[in-house]
Write a protein that binds this ligand. Structure first.
Ligand code: UFG
Length: 344
């Protein structure tokens, strides 16, 4: 029998695939559930190169109640399931305003379907991918978990709020559930091996994938969205966290949950340091010895001015802190771009 099995929905995605690597490093056996709707099967090749084997994967849509029930049932019968990590979701803020129904159906639907299947098959431990977007623009930064949940700026943000609530309500009705609601700040970078990383489909909306593609001359120069914000250099401030650090936090959360009885805890996952867009560009240039073609532009609707984490709760509960620097993340992001290809 496999030891310490962990069901990982969305395990072929950006954060999911990095978490699969860290789970194996810590002696767990991940079992992936992914239908590649927002990822690429090639990630399995990268995982095989890092791990020396392809992890087990069930190609299932997490919203398909029948298929999920059968899959979770089959896996549960093996016994020795340490928990479930639920990544599977759509995550593009802009797209969510154009296709809100798709976001509601997929993000909320998959979480409800998963909770239902977990209940029917006696699984109690859940690590959930949430986002600092639930805070909106907090009154105080760094923001901690006691900050109020503000009205969501986008359908995407709303789905994260609803899913958190759904899990809290499920836990209240089934006290044996143990859940961690992990509120990610801005994950960036790639595995240092450059075998896995972010695979943005089409035009990248997030800063780092656009920045690396612009530097690779695959896109027009990066536009800095607004330099008239009330911040020291006028550009927005975010908490950029290396995806490998973020992945490790999931393993720490799982270990912590296995020792709890009846918890549902929101936990920030960030570095605790805010960086402006211009600081990120400069850090990238220093880390990689390259110039980033960029221009100043107007604000992007819906952007908040500044947010970064108070990450003390993750440290005290999970014994986890982010270890990698911004420069390291930006070096890994560029090496991943080199692997994906440049215009040369
Ligand atoms: N930015 C640019 N130019 C670009 C892209 C982004 O200047 O081409 C700026 C944005 O305006 C923002 C910063 O870079 O100030 C970061 O933008 P991202 O799109 O990379 O990230 P966001 O902070 O907007 O959003 C991210 C995730 C969401 C999550 C949110 C929580 O993409 O999933 O953080 O705050 F919900």
């Amino acid at each position: 029998m496999q030891s310490n099995q962990v069901i990982v929905t969305g395990g072929a995605g950006y954060i999911g695939s990095h978490t699969v690597v860290e789970l194996i490093a810590e002696g767990y056996t991940p079992i992936l559930i992914d239908n590649f709707s927002n990822s690429h099967p090639d990630v399995l090749i990268g995982l095989e190169r890092i791990l020396g084997k392809v992890p087990e994967l069930f190609e299932v849509d997490c919203c398909d109640a029948g298929a999920m029930d059968r899959t979770i049932s089959d896996i549960s019968k093996r016994g020795n399931i340490s928990g479930v990590i639920h990544f599977a979701a759509y995550k593009a803020v802009g797209e969510s305003t154009e296709q809100p129904v798709k976001y509601f159906q997929n993000n909320i639907g998959s979480t409800a379907t998963l909770l239902d299947a977990m209940e029917r098959h006696g699984l109690q431990t859940l690590v959930f991918s949430s986002s600092c977007t639930v805070y909106g623009q907090p009154a105080e930064i760094p923001v901690d978990e006691s900050a109020p949940i503000l009205p969501a700026e986008s359908p995407y943000g709303y789905t994260k709020q609803v899913c958190e609530r759904l899990i809290q309500d499920a836990q209240a009705s089934r006290p044996e559930i143990n859940a961690a609601l992990l509120r990610y700040f801005n994950p960036i970078g790639a595995h240092p091996s450059s075998e896995i990383g972010e695979l943005p489909l089409g035009h990248p909306n997030n800063l780092i994938p656009y920045l690396t593609q612009a530097t690779a001359e695959l896109r027009s120069p990066l536009t800095v969205f607004g330099d008239d914000y009330p911040t020291p250099d006028g550009t927005c401030i975010r908490d950029y966290i290396h995806v490998v650090d973020l992945a490790k936090a999931h393993v720490a959360a799982l270990r912590w949950l296995q020792k709890q009885s009846g918890v549902c805890e929101p936990i920030n996952l960030g570095t605790g340091t805010g960086s402006s867009i211009l600081e990120v560009i400069q850090a990238f240039e220093t880390a990689n010895g390259l110039a980033v073609p960029h221009q100043l532009g107007s604000r992007r609707p819906g952007d908040i001015t500044a947010i970064y984490a108070n990450a003390e709760k993750a440290k005290s509960l999970l014994g986890w802190t982010a270890e990698k620097s911004l420069k390291e993340a930006l070096r890994d992001a560029w090496n991943w771009q080199l692997k994906l290809g440049t215009s040369d």
